[in-house]
Design a protein around this ligand. Structure first.
Ligand SMILES: Nc1ncnc2c1ncn2[C@@H]1O[C@H](COP(=O)(O)OP(=O)(O)OP(=O)(O)O)[C@@H](O)[C@H]1O
Length: 456
């Protein structure tokens, strides 16, 4: 099919769907011509292939019909890696959004704070996150107008940051001149402290109050920080009054953020509050599949399913498990299989059947850190006690079925403290080698895997 007709097909499609949909699914398509009476379109992975077939085949056929085709047919073909490379992020930005607009200049550094991987295209939508996804799309299409602020909350590693960045990328692509700033609450706080110390608060304010899109992660860490809350309050107002979009993420809804000033809490509730839940099995498999395809890993479905059954709550860990299986099979030079995957994951992800109690975990952690269990459960706030306590809470959450409030009760604390502990440990895993080793050793011990491995 000639490029002119293809452009007309795209023009038809574009008029019938949202810009986000167009941009996500149609801009990357490659017209491969007509074969056996069917228009063949190149797609970059089988996930996109399935999605386009399910959602948009009819629309494409309508487009062809509108151009005079009597029996329109469309098929999708996954491009081999070399051609696919043409569609990867190094590609120039897709066609301008509104007809007649000048082509967008190359992405400016308004994306420097964004992770290139965190786009809408790379985000798998499932029942656990579809509302948050829809809200993020709406905000991406009408920044400052749809929902302001957009407040996304949910447990650790479920895609909050990913969605925020996706909005950032989307806006950056359409409006390269817009200023986009992503910042964690911790960084915001540290920068403020430095600005105060160095007498540079004016620069600090100007920087944050002049952005078009402000993305702030882990806003729950504003709790108890009065000066930062005060500063953030004014930043929020300045942006809001100028119709600039604000997106906030948190591990809990505004009403559950303790010691947050009422005026801030109420502002956080002005827009839309939406949550992300743990993904169900099918979504976990779809995420793994997409990940494998992006990394050009050909891995059987049954192996992906095995991984998805083992890791159920945290998508970051799910991705880590896939990489572990890949590394294991490549290091040992064995093809992917369920047995290989079980072996690769056996040190990290415990088989479901083994039952571990909270007290077992506490005792093991206490013995590992050479500290009485009661001290770990006590009120001490020095690092030497806090780290084992956080590790114990993390492992209990990981190895038992207890809920956050139950774990909190066991430690005489509330569930948000446990959530914070889990997020702290997760953040440090892989970065802090001592802590990583402690968590691994304890996990092995508690599953009795050490003995099993030494017998093998
Ligand atoms: N729906 C999804 N589709 C594809 N990848 C996802 C999805 N949700 C999360 N991920 C991936 O999981 C990882 C963790 O996501 P992210 O960092 O956004 O989580 P988070 O909720 O912000 O966690 P935290 O509270 O620790 O900051 C990222 O690599 C992200 O790309």
């Amino acid at each position: 099919m000639s490029q002119e007709i293809w452009a007309d097909v795209l023009g038809y499609v574009r008029k019938n769907i949202s810009e986000v949909e167009y941009h996500t699914w149609f801009a990357p398509l490659k017209n491969l011509g007509v074969q056996d009476g069917s228009l063949v379109l190149g797609v970059r992975n089988s996930f996109a292939q399935e999605w386009l077939r399910k959602q948009y085949q009819g629309l494409l056929e309508d487009a062809l019909r509108s151009l005079g085709a009597q029996h329109p047919q469309v098929s999708f073909q996954v491009l081999p890696a070399s051609q696919d490379a043409l569609l990867l992020p190094s590609d120039p930005p897709p066609a301008p959004i509104s007809p007649g607009r000048a082509p967008a200049p190359p992405p400016a550094d308004n994306r420097k704070t964004l992770n290139p991987k965190y786009t809408f295209e790379n985000f798998v939508v499932g029942p656990n996150n579809n509302l948050a996804h829809a809200a993020a799309l709406a905000v991406a299409e009408s920044p400052g107008k749809a929902y302001n602020p957009l407040f996304i909350y949910g447990d650790v590693g479920l895609g909050k940051t990913h969605l925020m960045h996706a909005v950032g990328h989307y806006i950056a692509e359409r409006f390269p001149e817009k200023r986009i700033e992503y910042v964690s609450t911790e960084t915001f706080t540290n920068e403020l402290i430095n600005a105060i110390r160095e007498d540079k608060t004016t620069q600090f304010r100007n920087r944050y109050r002049s952005v078009d899109l402000l993305l702030v992660d882990d806003i729950q860490f504003l709790a108890g920080k009065e000066r930062t809350q005060e500063e953030f309050f004014h930043t929020f107002n300045a942006l809001y009054e100028n119709h600039k979009q604000i997106i906030l993420s948190s591990d809990r809804p505004p009403k559950d953020i303790q010691t947050l000033e009422g005026r801030l809490r109420s502002r956080f509730e002005w827009g839309l509050i939406t949550d992300i839940q743990s993904p169900e099995f099918e979504t976990r498999v779809a995420i793994l599949k997409m990940n494998a395809e992006h990394n050009r890993i050909d891995i059987p479905q049954e192996v992906l399913e095995l991984i998805a059954r083992q890791v159920t709550t945290n998508i970051r860990e799910l991705e880590g498990a896939l990489m572990r299986v890949v590394a294991f099979s490549s290091l040992n030079n064995v093809p992917f299989s369920r047995a290989v995957a079980s072996k690769a994951l056996s040190n990290v992800f415990a088989p479901q059947e083994v039952k571990v109690e909270m007290m077992d975990v506490l005792r093991q952690v206490a013995s590992h850190f050479n500290m009485p269990p009661d001290v770990i459960r006590g009120s001490g706030r020095v690092r030497e006690v806090v780290v084992p306590r956080q590790v114990a809470q993390y492992l209990i959450r990981d190895l038992t079925d207890h809920s956050l409030p139950e774990i909190g009760q066991f430690f005489g604390r509330d569930h948000s403290t446990v959530m914070h502990a889990i997020s702290k440990v997760t953040e440090q895993l892989g970065k802090d080698s001592e802590l990583t080793a402690a968590v691994e050793t304890l996990r092995r011990k508690m599953k009795g895997l050490e003995d099993e491995d030494s017998r093998a």
